[in-house]
Design a protein around this ligand. Structure first.
Ligand code: NAP
Length: 272
């Protein structure tokens, strides 16, 4: 039997014995993903900038079997040299087979009027950081001939979103990078996939609603209703719903899913 094929029982502690690094873990989709992976038995390492939040969250993560332990690392992914050093210590202590590559979304605005340096900064935070993360974890994944890389990006890789010019651009770059990695790393038993969240109730969505209300003078309720009119499901997603897709792509059962963009958007994306 192929050693990369499914070996664990579905559900329950199917990630027992696996280590996961979840980035952007202190809030929103990252936090929910950390919870979901821990609930499936993974040892989770939380990464974001706020040490105090991470320390408290580490102690709240589920422990579903006796050997499970969680850790955290406070780091700014846009400081890629420091990130590389911190990751070397982390994987030196224990290799990591699962990466949830996630950080805050770029600021809004048109593409044509964006400061050129904004593109540089966002590429560093989203693409260069991702490359540093993958290069740090890859030896451990390859050694075990098993790995999962899930990037949290956006439906804009299928349909660019108005007034998110810099974001649309970097998301497309990350999608191209991920697809290339999927091809390169598939022979090592490593899958690379992207989750594309729709409107999800996190502090990022709250900021977007407040920003649009301020820019237009309309009440937030009216802005939210206009957004929801584009969503067949008729509601915003909960972060847990995005996390369920992330956890599935990280599971043994998803071992033959590689190189995809998975919208979790209540049907909002209209393209095939
Ligand atoms: N929510 C939505 O509706 C939606 C829709 C489509 C796409 N997305 C995308 O999905 C991703 C996650 O969204 P979200 O709504 O969960 O965001 P969020 O609630 O704003 O959380 C962002 C997380 O990233 C961390 N972070 C931010 N900057 C960082 C940095 N430089 N280094 C390390 N960690 C950093 C934050 O923690 P610290 O402050 O502790 O660092 C926080 O844990 C984003 O790329 C977003 O654009 C979201």
């Amino acid at each position: 039997m192929d050693p990369t094929a499914v070996t664990a029982a579905p559900g329950g502690a199917s990630l027992e014995g696996r280590d996961a690094l979840v980035c952007g873990a202190s809030e929103g989709i990252g936090r929910a993903s950390a919870m979901a992976l821990a609930a499936r038995g993974a040892n989770v390492c939380l990464l974001s900038r706020r040490r105090d939040v991470l320390e408290a969250l580490r102690d709240q993560l589920p422990r579903v079997h006796g050997a499970q332990s969680h850790r955290f690392i406070a780091a700014d992914v846009s400081r890629t040299d420091a990130l590389r050093d911190a990751l070397a210590s982390l994987v030196g202590a224990r290799p990591i087979q699962i990466l949830v590559n996630n950080t805050a979304g770029p600021a809004g605005g048109a593409a044509h009027s964006a400061d050129p340096e904004a593109y540089v900064a966002v590429f560093r935070q989203h693409l260069v950081a991702g490359q540093v993360l993958v290069q740090a974890l890859l030896p451990g994944m390859r050694a075990g001939r098993w790995g999962r890389i899930v990037n949290i990006i956006s439906t804009s890789v299928k349909e660019p979103i108005a007034n998110l010019g810099v974001s649309n651009t970097v998301r497309g770059a990350v999608a191209g990078w991920a697809k290339t990695l999927a091809t390169e790393l598939g022979p090592d038993g490593i899958t690379v996939n992207n989750v594309l969240p729709g409107y999800t109730r996190t502090q990022r969505l709250a900021q977007i609603l407040a920003g649009r209300a301020a820019a237009t003078g309309k009440p937030e309720q009216a802005i939210a209703e206009a957004m929801l009119a584009t969503v067949p499901a008729g509601r915003f997603a909960e972060a847990d719903e995005i996390a369920s897709a992330v956890a599935f792509l990280c599971s043994p059962e998803a071992g033959y899913i590689n190189g995809i963009n998975l919208p979790v958007d209540g049907g909002r994306t209209r393209s095939l």
